[in-house]
Design a protein around this ligand. Structure first.
Ligand code: ADP
Ligand code: MG
Length: 244
């Protein structure tokens, strides 16, 4: 169970990380994909990243996860370099990437040590799928598979959860269910969260903050510090909507 602390009326998980990018640039071969990215993400903050396909969103997540290294600049967690902290980052993708030859419960327990079964069961219960623990992943719906993937990520009590369009393949109703689940588990565990989405309503619903990336640059960074559900001004909304 996460240790939650209240500081200045904000609840956060002591294991959650503060992320700092300083003038980060990323190129592949000669192509500059991210440019002059300076970004501070607070401990336990829920940040949503929006932008057109190819604008650099996944690359930004991969830099933060430690799967890629910046060409210039630094990515820091709680002021230490990426190598130590990236270990406790978990990532979710558009597809669940469950291992098809392992049953649901064994997918959730993957990588856990010692007496892992009760922890995996508890997490499956939190995503509403305990009754499917002995099923094969292929027998579940897309939405159920994503819920298993969420359980598999959160069972490690990660300091950071990176969500690369995990809901974009789901139908509207299932997507809403998944949004609520992610929000509730974030409230409970308060990991630092970064979500990439093309759905502006989803961004507004979940984000403490919304960042727009256009062609490798951050062109908008809006904080929503007041309360959920979030709101944007009409001009901010339409600026984002044109891009996603
Ligand atoms: P988004 O997630 O916003 O759609 P990406 O971050 O995936 O965008 O990609 C941004 C740009 O970087 C694209 O032009 C893409 O082709 C390029 N790119 C991403 N990863 C690689 C890679 N490993 N090698 C070469 N080019 C890449
Ligand atoms: Mg992408």
């Amino acid at each position: 169970m996460a240790v939650l602390t209240k500081v200045k009326n904000k609840v956060y998980n002591e294991h959650a990380v503060h992320i700092s990018l300083k003038q980060v640039e990323k190129s592949f071969n000669d192509k500059v994909v991210l440019k002059d990215i300076s970004l501070e993400i607070g401990t336990g903050e829920f940040v949503v990243i929006v932008g057109k396909s190819g604008s650099g969103k996944s690359t930004l997540l991969r830099l933060i996860s430690g799967l890629e290294y910046p060409t210039y600049g630094n990515v820091l967690f709680d002021d230490t370099s990426i190598d130590q902290s990236a270990k406790s980052a978990k990532m979710m993708y558009q597809d669940s990437r469950l291992l098809p030859w392992k049953k649901v419960i064994d997918n959730v327990g993957l990588g856990l040590k010692g007496n892992w079964y009760p922890k995996a069961k508890e997490k499956l219960e939190q995503v509403g799928l305990l009754s499917h623990q002995n099923d094969w992943p292929s027998t579940l719906s897309g939405g159920q598979q994503q819920r298993v993937a969420l359980a598999r990520a959160l069972v490690h009590n990660p300091s950071l959860l990176l969500l690369d369009e995990p809901m974009s393949a789901l139908d509207a109703f299932t997507r809403l269910e998944m949004q609520n689940l992610i929000e509730n588990l974030w409230i409970k565990q308060r990991f630092t969260a970064l979500l990439v989405t093309h759905d502006v309503r989803e961004a507004v619903k979940l984000g403490d903050r919304i960042i727009l990336i256009e062609d490798g640059f951050i062109t908008l960074d809006i904080k929503n510090p007041i309360s959920r559900p979030r709101s944007l001004t009409n001009s901010q909304f339409s600026k984002i909507e044109k891009q996603v």
